[in-house]
Design a protein around this ligand. Structure first.
Ligand code: DX5
Ligand code: ZN
Length: 207
């Protein structure tokens, strides 16, 4: 199981990123919020780009934004491994193509109430499917248990279409809820790791 650590709940980003650099987390998950797609808004890119100084990890960028092209152009500069946009955002096809034009792996995220069938038209354009197991917008929320069925549904769909995609799940992941997401390839976890004293131990418990 790959682990991508979200620092959304961090009160001291430079310190926590330096600590995470000492761990075996596979990726640093960057949550970007525009104040429109979700109510919260993250710091501007110019500020966010400074985090690059504190980490040698590969970046997994999650855009919770309505219009993503501007953000894609910015975050592509950080040499991200993945950039994920939401199926509920605007001009999905064009923006997935834009991500791929930068030779970055593309992801499609779906909100808890969004149907799996909604991502079908975009499957040829994505490397990763990000299943939201909480409402997007903030860290520290409770895992939505129906996510387990949604992951199964996605697995069946991929088999039917003979496609191989990374399935990632984001929100409320901890050592209790991980049992519901065993079929995924990757988990995104924030507060469970960041609010602990031993990052490595928490990361290990998720694998
Ligand atoms: C939710 C974000 C998640 C979140 C994960 O809107 O996309 O990445 O920060 O944090 P936890 O693990 O605390 O739910
Ligand atoms: Zn996220």
């Amino acid at each position: 199981m790959l682990v991508s650590t979200s620092f959304l709940s961090s009160n001291n980003i430079p310190k926590d990123l330096q600590k995470l650099d000492e761990t075996k987390t596979d990726y640093i998950h960057i949550d970007v919020m525009d104040g429109k797609f979700v109510n919260n808004k993250t710091m501007p890119f110019i500020e966010m780009s400074k985090i690059y100084k504190y980490t040698s990890k590969r970046l997994d960028v999650h855009l919770m934004c309505e219009d993503t092209s501007k953000y894609i152009k910015d975050y592509a500069k950080l040499n991200a491994e993945f950039i994920t946009i939401h199926v509920e955002s605007n001009n999905v096809k064009e923006n997935l193509e834009l991500i791929r034009d930068y030779h970055i792996k593309s992801g499609i995220a779906l909100n808890p109430e969004t149907k799996v069938r909604d991502i079908i038209p975009y499957l040829p354009l994505v490397d990763l499917i990000l299943v939201m197991s909480v409402e997007p917008g903030k860290g520290g929320q409770e895992f939505i248990k129906e996510t387990e069925n949604k992951i199964k549904e996605i697995k069946i769909l991929l088999k039917e279409y003979k496609l191989n995609k990374i399935i990632s799940v984001d929100g409320g992941i901890n050592n209790e809820t991980r049992k519901y997401v065993k079929e995924c390839d990757m988990v995104v976890s924030g507060s469970y790791i960041i609010n602990s004293n031993d990052f490595e131990e928490q990361i290990d418990s998720l694998r």
